[in-house]
Design a protein around this ligand. Structure first.
Ligand code: HEM
Length: 501
C-alpha cells in the first residue's frame, strides 16, 4: 500500500465511524456473502448478530442496514431531507432507463417534478377516480378465478395492471395482451438488474470509465432500453389512435400529454413517467395478493374470522363487499395490513443514499453512504412483533398483543415499512392499499383456499415476484353454489367489455 493511500485511510478512520459488520475481502467487500436473490433471511441473520445497524461493502459502495423501526424512523423518516437520494447505477439507471426511471432517480429537480406529477394522480383525494376501476376489475377477477382457478395469479396480475391502465391510459386490459406481457418482462429485467452486484459496473464504478468499445455490457443495456421504450411507445401510439377514433375516455395520459409543462420533460422522461406508473402499479399489488392467498391456504384460523365478518356485513353470497363497507370491516382491513407486513417482497428495502455527512448515536457517516431498511429482518423480528411468523390480523386490532392503536388501522403506512420511508415512500401506497383491500375482500368472500398436502407452500420463500407461472400451488374452491351464481351475475356486467366502445 502506498504511503498516500495509507495516510488517507488513517484520516478517513479519524473522521468517520461506521456500525460493525461482517469482514469482507479486498476489492469485492462482502459482495459474495450476500445471496444474489431472496436476501431477506441472510440480512435477518446479520441483524441478529450485529444489532440495530450493520455495515457491508459491495465493492466500493458502503451499505448500512437499518434493522429496527427505531433507527429507520430516526434516519430515513426524521432526517429524510438528506437520506432520500439513490446511488448511481450506470447500467440500470443510465443505460437501461435513460436516467428517467423515477424509482432510481437521484434526489433533485427531475425526480421532484415527476414525483409531484405522480402524487397528483395517486394521492388519497383521487381515490374516487380509482374506485370504479377497482370495482370493475375485481369483479372480473373473481369471475376469472371461478373459471380458471389454476390461473389465479394471472387474474391478480391482470386486475392490478388493468386498474392502472384504466386510470392512466383509459383502457381496460381484458385478457392476455402482448404488450403488457412485454411490460412484465421489462419490469422483471429491471428488478433483476437492481439486485446488489447483478451488474459489475453498478458496483465497480471505475468500469464506467472504460472506452466505449470495451464496455461489454453496453449493447445489452441499450437493447433493454430500446425494449422498454418500445413498450411505452406502443401504449402511447394506441392511446393516440383511440383519441382520434373517439374511443378513449378522459384519462391521465391524455391530460398529461396535452399539458404545456409536460413538453419541458422531453420525450424519454414523458414516456418513462407513464411507464413507471404501469410498472410500479402492476406487480406490487399482484405480489401482495399472492401472499395473502398463501396465508389463507396455510392458516384457516384467520380466514374463518374474516369470512364471518364479510358475511355479517354482505349477507351469505348476497352481494360482493364494497369500499363503502370498509369502516364496518376492521378485521378485513387488518388482513390487508398483515398482508403487507407478513413476508415483505422488497426484502432488503430499496437503497436510500445519504447526500451529506451525518452523525448518529456516536457514528459518523460520510456522504454517499447507502442506507437501506432491513424489511424482512424487521417484519420477522420478535423484538418488533409478537409471533412474527404468524399471519395474525388480530395484532392490528387488539392493543394487548403488541400495543398498536386500532385507530391507526386504516393508515396504510402505519405499523410496517413495506411501503418504504421518508420522502421516497411509495407514491402509490393508497392505490396499493385499496387495490389489495378490495380484491382480497372479494376473493375471501367468494372462495376457500387450500394447500395441496403433497406440495406444501413454503411461506418463507414464496417467489411471488414470478409472473410467468404460479409461484406456488393452491386449491381454490368456490364457497357455495350461491356464491357461484353471484360471481356469474357480476361477471356478466364486466367481462369482455372495453371502455368507450
Ligand atoms: C401494492 C403494494 C405496493 C408496495 C408494497 C410498494 C412498495 C414500494 C416501495 C418499498 C418503494 C420504495 C420506497 C423507498 O425507497 O423508501 C416504492 C416506491 C414507489 N412506488 Fe410503490 N408499492 C406498492 C404499490 C404501488 C402502486 C400501486 C404504485 C403506482 C400506481 C406505486 C408506485 C411507486 C413509485 C412511483 C415509487 C417510486 C417513489 C420514489 O422513488 O420517489 N407503488 N413502492
Amino acid at each position: 500500500m502506498g504511503l498516500a493511500k495509507w495516510y488517507a485511510g488513517v484520516r478517513w478512520r479519524r473522521k468517520y465511524r461506521l456500525p460493525p459488520g461482517p469482514k469482507g475481502v479486498p476489492l469485492l467487500g462482502n459482495m459474495l456473502q450476500m445471496p444474489a436473490y431472496h436476501q431477506g433471511p441472510w440480512a435477518k441473520e446479520m441483524a441478529e448478530e450485529y444489532g440495530e445497524m450493520f455495515t457491508i461493502k459491495i465493492a466500493s459502495n458502503t451499505w448500512i442496514f437499518l434493522n429496527s423501526s427505531r433507527v429507520v424512523y430516526d434516519l430515513l423518516e426524521k432526517r429524510s431531507s438528506i437520506y432520500s437520494s439513490r446511488p448511481a447505477f450506470p447500467y440500470t439507471s443510465t443505460l437501461m432507463s435513460g436516467g428517467c426511471r423515477m424509482v432510481i432517480q437521484p434526489y433533485g429537480p427531475q425526480w421532484r417534478s415527476i414525483r409531484k406529477t405522480m402524487h397528483a394522480i395517486l394521492n388519497i383525494t383521487n381515490a374516487s377516480t380509482f374506485a370504479p376501476f377497482q370495482d370493475t376489475e375485481s369483479k372480473q377477477l373473481v369471475w376469472e378465478v371461478l373459471k380458471q382457478p389454476e390461473h389465479w395469479w394471472m387474474g391478480n396480475q391482470r386486475y392490478a395492471n388493468s386498474v392502472i391502465m384504466s386510470v392512466v391510459f383509459g383502457k381496460r386490459v381484458l385478457g392476455r395482451d402482448d404488450n403488457v406481457e412485454r411490460l412484465f418482462d421489462t419490469s422483471r429485467e429491471f428488478i433483476m438488474a437492481m439486485q446488489p452486484g447483478a451488474n459489475l459496473v453498478d458496483t465497480f464504478y471505475i468500469l464506467d470509465k472504460l472506452p466505449g468499445p470495451l464496455k461489454w455490457w453496453r449493447r445489452r443495456g441499450e437493447r433493454a432500453f430500446e425494449k422498454v421504450v418500445g413498450v411505452y411507445e406502443k401504449e402511447v401510439r394506441d392511446l393516440k389512435r383511440r383519441m382520434e377514433d373517439g374511443t378513449c375516455p378522459p384519462c391521465f395520459a391524455t391530460k398529461f400529454l396535452e399539458d404545456k409543462e409536460t413538453e419541458k420533460l422531453g420525450v424519454t422522461q414523458t414516456l418513462f413517467a407513464l411507464g413507471s406508473l404501469m410498472e410500479a402499479g402492476s406487480d406490487t399489488s399482484r405480489m401482495t395478493l399472492g401472499q395473502i392467498i398463501a396465508a389463507a391456504a396455510t392458516d384457516r384460523r384467520w380466514v374463518k374470522k374474516v369470512q364471518d365478518e364479510l358475511d355479517a356485513v354482505c349477507g351469505y353470497a348476497a352481494r360482493l363487499p364494497e369500499f363503502a363497507d370498509r369502516s364496518k370491516m376492521p378485521y378485513m382491513s387488518a388482513v390487508a395490513k398483515e398482508g403487507f407486513r407478513w413476508r415483505p417482497f422488497a426484502e432488503i428495502g430499496v437503497p436510500h443514499m445519504l447526500i451529506k455527512d451525518d452523525e448518529y448515536e456516536g457514528y459518523r457517516f460520510p456522504a454517499n453512504t447507502i442506507f437501506t431498511w432491513n424489511n424482512w429482518g424487521i417484519a420477522l423480528s420478535e423484538k418488533e412483533y409478537r409471533d412474527p411468523l404468524r399471519f395474525w390480523p388480530e395484532r392490528w386490532l387488539d392493543p394487548e398483543i403488541q400495543g398498536v392503536d386500532p385507530k391507526t388501522l386504516e393508515d396504510p403506512l402505519n405499523g410496517h415499512w413495506s411501503f418504504g420511508a421518508g420522502r421516497r415512500v411509495c407514491t402509490g401506497y393508497h392505490v396499493g392499499d385499496t387495490n389489495v383491500w378490495l380484491a382480497a375482500a372479494r376473493l375471501l368472500y367468494c372462495f376457500d383456499f387450500e394447500e395441496n398436502p403433497d406440495k406444501p407452500i413454503d411461506t418463507m420463500n414464496l417467489q411471488v415476484g414470478e409472473h410467468r407461472w404460479a409461484p406456488f400451488e393452491v386449491k381454490i374452491k368456490v364457497r357455495s353454489e350461491k356464491h357461484r351464481d353471484l360471481i356469474e351475475t357480476v361477471g356478466k356486467e364486466v367481462v369482455g367489455r372495453p371502455y368507450g366502445v
